[in-house]
Design a protein around this ligand. Sequence first.
Ligand SMILES: Cc1cc2nc3c(=O)[nH]c(=O)nc-3n(C[C@H](O)[C@H](O)[C@H](O)COP(=O)(O)OP(=O)(O)OC[C@H]3O[C@@H](n4cnc5c(N)ncnc54)[C@H](O)[C@@H]3O)c2cc1C
Length: 484
Amino acid sequence: MFKRAVSVCSELKATRSFHKALQLNQEFENPISRTLRILTDDIRNKKKEILRDEYTPSLSRGFPRQADVVIIGGGAIGSSIAYWLKEKTSLEGISVVVLEKDPTYKSCSTALSVGGLRQQFSLPENIQMSLYGAEFLRTLKKRFGPTADVNFHPHGYLLLASQNGASQLVDNSKIQKELGAVNILLSKENLKERFPYLDVSDVELGCLGLEKEGWFDPWSLLSLLKKGATQLGAQYIHGEAVDFTFHEQTDIIVEGVETGNYQATNELVVKLPNEDECRTLEFSICIIAAGCESREIAQQAKIGVGEGMLSVPLPIERRKRYVYSFNCQQNAPSINTPMVIDYSGMYFRRDGLGGSFIAGMSPELDDEPPTNNLDVDFSYFDDKIWPVLSKRVPAFEAIKVTNGWSGFYEYNTYDMNGIIGPHPYYSSIYIASGFSGHGIQQAPAVGRAIAELILDGRFMTIDLTRLGFDRLIVDQPALESEII
Ligand SMILES: Cc1cc2nc3c(=O)[nH]c(=O)nc-3n(C[C@H](O)[C@H](O)[C@H](O)COP(=O)(O)OP(=O)(O)OC[C@H]3O[C@@H](n4cnc5c(N)ncnc54)[C@H](O)[C@@H]3O)c2cc1C
């Protein structure tokens, strides 16, 4: 691509000197020369436009005809990938286009997230990604300048286990510590002492994160990643990916596909706002990072609707999750209250000062709320959350819900973990989605991992091989015991 720019530049120089010669003779210009001059001007302007479109790092650039990497979805995951691809290659490197259908981000998961960061997982990959998430937040100012801030509250997570879950908590804590997390196990007595506002009569064990855990503002992280990516030359386009185009590639042999029948894709069909006709965008690599809409986009690439390897769908569904705000004025848990995760799945944490808190809980599988809107069902709080919440914290018995919101998890129904890496059928399509409630904290690590795969050809820092699409084909789920 860079070579092409150089050759276009030298052509431009040639047309410029031709044009200059014509200008000197303008007084005696004959009609043929005049036509030639106008044509040359047009060609020169068009070439300038092409160069500007492809190489000027600005949002106001026109629609590009091609890009080395196209990312579908400009949420935290897509923007982190864009940031890392450009960070690792700088301005002279590959061209990166991020396609985002809603630049207001009003209903994307990132903007509606609770922003929790914990290492209290069971799967080593999740622990490592979240450790890196904490490291990334710690070094934000180095990357994005002295004003960079995501308002991180380092109050830790407190996971509570009943008798049934206690041994899992012990096992998890061990592996977390081996990988560099810092936490302590707390007996019922220890819990009572440290957190007198908790009723732990039915709790067997707790695990408290002492470092690198807490919560932050997801919107600020998205803004920084997006700004960082743009400044390094990534181009954000307001448009919707609506289809892929395919072509036969006879020289590729893929298991389960008759020789000569392989269908490759290197072109995306894009619908721009206020345009009736769709545009096409050529790519070397296209990354599906479209949150809870990733499955539909994968289907456009025949993933889940084809034969052989393409018969396996991307198992990502939209799942609605409610978050409720409430206020507690009397005997409110102290200012350094951690994010408390009850063994029932209910969680609560402080939300600023003045006795403000938020709480939520994932519904039972057979009780999932409708996903065609983002309405909040306040009776869910009264019926399901409040009984657990007020039992766990007696001071919450008298609280009133003040507000609430809902957002969609990009829920991986197969094993509730991110699907990260290339699709085994296509060398040109990568997936980074399905994080099922723990994607915001993993965004920095996922962006870096995808950039490594593309630029270095393998994972260089955290080995995420087990989280690839292949696990769906060979049926080896990457199970995580601590899904919230
Ligand atoms: C209520 C709630 C609480 C959460 N709490 C936590 C938490 O405490 N900790 C944590 O780590 N994670 C949490 N998460 C999960 C986390 O927010 C997500 O995993 C993460 O934000 C996913 O980011 P994303 O970029 O993949 O998806 P999104 O943020 O949804 O971004 C995807 C983008 O793709 C765009 N898009 C979709 N289709 C197209 C298309 N065809 N063309 C162009 N663009 C398209 C969308 O407009 C969207 O902006 C929570 C999520 C919710 C909803």
